[in-house]
Design a protein around this ligand. Structure first.
Ligand code: NAG
Ligand code: NAG
Length: 421
């Protein structure tokens, strides 16, 4: 590295004093380093061509949730290897089954999970719509929102590599068969250019308003509030001129659609493989035919939600009730197990498959970094007591070290790049 210019160094030394003072309390908000188990391919065999006949079910019910799962024995290594074995469906409609082996599991499951229970969470919070439409392309086509994609079966997903999308398994496979439409699966990326953007007023300098400040999660709120102010300004000007309202309406988000080359779904999701635990395996990875030249978000693993600023998670997706618009929300997790997160974020069908992310600092660095730590599974009727009584929750599948190993293996095609999360 060359000499550091003075103009960089000077503000840094000033900053260092400030940061040193704040470091003590914020050090805990650091991405932990995990030794990840090794997921390796044992063998791949062809399977019969699927029928692609299953209808899409926007809301799942009868999910064996956190309470229900508590009564189940922990799966053995053999069982886990079975659940993590997976099916691949190719563009030409053919399908294979790959069995895997898992090594180094014991070191990785050091999560001494105490389920944090906060079931007296106020229901009215759940009832209030806390979602935020990111309709301005200034934001929706910029990181982190730009990592959110639409899945042609009606779900959302997130870019986790230059050409891989993580989504929910139920967006691909009903548990019994692949969904109608999976054979022609496509992924939509929000287009930057709109009709209005062309020849419109110059927008230079606006981007500067999007400051990046360190903070303990407050930034997301700032981010939101900032957009909010802008939206309000827009609303006002809309009121003044009906002409600008029309042009705002014509600024409908549009997608650039990309074909999917192959899709991978864990066996644990497929009916009969993991009774009672299937909800834990509601994730799938799609490989795109062409990389969309959009920055992706890395995968990460978190120990416990309690270690997060305000226990807060974030996700953006394409909720059905706001067609074509990207919808962002954040909320606190109210209950967690090793594999699932319950929260009361408001969400409508369509947002299933969204990448759940948080921001923590990289070890030894002051910069905050967002990583995907879960997949939003959706609003579900969860079997709480085991006697058929159901309660509604929003459920997210958490990326455990083991799932990290599997998803990373799918993305990289080798486990050698997946040893540390
Ligand atoms: C379908 O595609 C897969 C992966 O590209 C390939 O291995 C397989 O031979 C193809 N099958 C047919 C029938 O074209
Ligand atoms: C889990 O909770 C129990 C009781 O609530 C407590 O005694 C125990 O220390 C906790 N364990 C961890 C690892 O936090």
């Amino acid at each position: 590295m060359g000499p550091i210019p003075l103009r960089v160094l000077l503000p840094l030394t000033v900053l260092a004093v400030v940061v040193a003072a704040a470091a003590e309390e914020s050090d805990e908000y650091t991405w932990p380093q995990w030794k990840v188990p090794l997921v390796r391919k044992r063998r791949t065999v062809p399977l019969s061509t699927p029928e692609f006949s299953a209808p899409f079910q926007p809301e799942l019910s009868g999910t064996c949730g956190i309470e229900c799962q508590r009564r189940l024995p922990s799966p053995s290594l053999d069982a886990l290897e079975h659940f993590l074995s997976y099916e691949t469906v190719y563009e030409n409609g053919t399908r294979t089954f790959t069995s895997v082996s898992v090594q180094g599991l014991s070191e990785a499951t050091a999560w001494s999970g105490n389920v944090s229970s906060n079931s007296r969470h106020k229901r009215e919070v759940y009832g209030t719509d806390t979602r935020f439409t990111i309709s301005d392309k200034q934001y929706s086509t910029k990181y982190p929102f730009s990592t959110s994609v639409k899945i042609s079966t009606g779900c959302s997903g997130v870019l986790v590599s230059p050409k891989h999308v993580l989504t929910a398994a139920h967006c691909i496979h009903s548990g019994k068969d692949y969904l109608d439409g999976v054979q022609k699966l496509r992924v939509g990326i929000l287009k930057e250019k709109s009709r209005r953007g062309k020849g419109g007023k110059g927008r230079g300098g606006r981007g500067k308003a999007k400051r990046r400040k360190g903070g303990n999660g407050k930034e997301e709120v700032q981010e939101k509030e900032e957009i909010n102010r802008k939206e309000q300004r827009k609303e006002k000007s809309k009121g003044r001129k009906s002409r600008s309202r029309r042009s705002a309406e014509s600024e409908k988000p549009s997608f650039r659609w990309t074909r999917v080359k192959q899709t991978q779904v864990p066996k644990g999701w497929i009916k009969g493989a993991a009774d009672g635990l299937a909800a834990d395996f509601d994730y799938a990875v799609l490989e795109l035919k062409k990389a969309p030249k959009v920055k992706h978000m890395d995968l990460g693993v978190i120990p416990s939600i309690k270690k997060l600023p305000a226990g807060r998670i974030h996700f953006s997706g394409f909720d059905d009730d706001r067609p074509g618009n990207l919808v962002y929300r954040f909320c606190s997790v109210s209950q967690e197990s090793q594999d699932l997160l319950y929260q009361y974020c408001d969400a409508k069908p369509g947002s299933s498959g969204s990448g759940v992310y948080i921001r923590l600092k990289e070890p030894g660095q002051k910069k905050w970094k967002r990583k995907i730590i879960g997949v939003f599974s959706g609003h579900q009727w969860v079997d709480v007591t085991g006697d058929g009584r159901q309660q509604d929750y929003n459920v997210a599948v958490r990326i455990t070290p083991l799932k990290y190993a599997q998803i990373c293996y799918w993305v990289h095609g080798t486990s050698s790049e997946c040893q540390i999360a």
